[in-house]
Design a protein around this ligand. Structure first.
Ligand SMILES: Nc1ncnc2c1ncn2[C@@H]1O[C@H](COP(=O)(O)OP(=O)(O)OP(=O)(O)O)[C@@H](O)[C@H]1O
Ligand SMILES: [Mg+2]
Length: 287
């Protein structure tokens, strides 16, 4: 993994990237309510932004039954978390690519898609068992507002909500935030505007969602810098290569690195670093 990470750093600009401060430890869930808003794309490339900075990074595909993160990563896993839940050592299930490790789900698995609370807890425990090997854990949460989505979106110490500047996406992002705040004890979340075509459009999205959250929810919503609409995403997907690898200097790739830095400027509490487990219940705080 280290070799791949350093290769990636060299590809991104060698010594400049290597001189960057190593990111703090963080567990991050990327959610958004609506389908197709860019959750997986942004989760993966944010994970890679951290790999570039030397972070040992685990990505978890929590779109359990419709898993497609492996396609974005460009790998064809032989096993999935279903095997791990069935007793296979989780090390045998992890797939290494582009300097990160992926815990794959299984496309078309109704067993995973309908995983109940016991299975979800078991999955969190399995991740917990390997968490000490990683500095960053990024969970790609499925679309929708079900219990599984909420469990994974609220499990980490950092919850990030992706929204596009369309009324439906904003409504679904608000609905997700509402469920997380009122039913799952989330007190702080980050808003990541995606596919914006102008600064004004990003500002308006942030103003509208922040206004609603401020009025109706007991939740601190922190806006991150927007990710522009960038045709390089589609091109990267066609090549089966993540954006940060395919087009490292594209506008969206640069915006994603900025988002990673801004996230780190909101320091995780010491309790997260010191916590024996990465997930929120044990960390005792959320940032
Ligand atoms: N900033 C962007 N600019 C252009 N295209 C984008 C951008 N972000 C994402 N996309 C494209 O949008 C599509 C959906 O992205 P992605 O699969 O990441 O969304 P998702 O929210 O994970 O979807 P699902 O809910 O189905 O899991 C992809 O084709 C992706 O390349
Ligand atoms: Mg997805």
């Amino acid at each position: 993994m280290n070799d791949q990470a350093s290769t990636l750093r060299v590809l991104r600009g060698g010594s400049i990237a290597a001189a960057m401060p190593r990111p703090q430890r963080r567990s991050l869930a990327v959610t958004g309510g609506k389908g197709g808003v860019g959750k997986s794309s942004l989760a993966l490339n944010l994970a890679l932004a951290r790999v570039e900075r030397g972070s040992r990074t685990l990505m978890v595909d929590a779109d359990l039954g419709m898993a497609d993160l492996n396609l974005l990563v460009g790998v064809a896993p032989s096993h999935s978390m279903l095997d791990a839940l069935g007793g296979m050592p989780i090390d045998q299930v992890l797939v290494a690519a582009h300097g990160l490790h992926l815990l794959p789900a299984l496309n078309g698995s109704s067993l995973l898609a309908t995983l109940g609370p016991t299975g979800q807890q078991r999955l969190l425990e399995l991740i917990d068992g390997i968490a000490a090997n990683f500095d960053t854990i990024v969970i790609d949460v499925a679309a929708g507002l079900g219990l599984t989505q909420a469990v994974f979106a609220s499990a980490t110490t950092t919850t990030l909500v992706v929204a596009n500047p369309e009324p439906l996406s904003m409504a679904d992002a608000y609905a997700s935030l509402k469920v997380l705040a009122t039913e799952h004890g989330v007190r702080r979340a980050y808003l990541l505007p995606n596919r914006v075509t102008s600064r004004a459009q990003g500002d308006e999205l942030v103003a509208r969602l922040s206004g609603l959250v401020g009025r109706f929810l007991d939740l601190e919503l922190i806006a991150l810098p927007p990710i522009p609409a960038d045709p390089m995403f589609q091109e990267a997907a066609q090549f089966g290569v993540p954006l940060l690898v395919h087009a490292p200097q594209s506008v969206a790739a640069r915006a994603l690195r900025l988002v990673d830095r801004v996230l780190d400027s909101h320091a995780a509490p010491a309790s997260v670093d010191a916590a024996p487990t990465w997930w929120r219940a044990a960390a005792g705080d959320r940032r």
